[in-house]
Design a protein around this ligand. Sequence first.
Ligand SMILES: [Zn+2]
Ligand SMILES: [Zn+2]
Length: 93
Amino acid sequence: MTGILRVPIECAMCGVMVEPASALLLPGKEKKYGCYGCYKSTQERTKQKESEGKISYLCDRCHYKFKSHTASCPYCNKGDKVRSAVVTVHDLL
Ligand SMILES: [Zn+2]
Ligand SMILES: [Zn+2]
């Protein structure tokens, strides 16, 4: 037999053997393949990371709203007056 390799691929995450046709390239620096379940969970995790990583902040000193990974105002370069900006009815009034 020639041609297509039909050796199952081991999922890099859970170790389950996956058919080459259904193995999916996992996101990351290394080229790793995984089963559909693990692929889905990594996708969800990266999505979560993105939304978790950046938090809306508000600097009370500059009244500057920004999204950042760190609670430090890009305007005054300080973080002592920075608080997470949760938009409430109060803020809209
Ligand atoms: Zn897996
Ligand atoms: Zn500031």
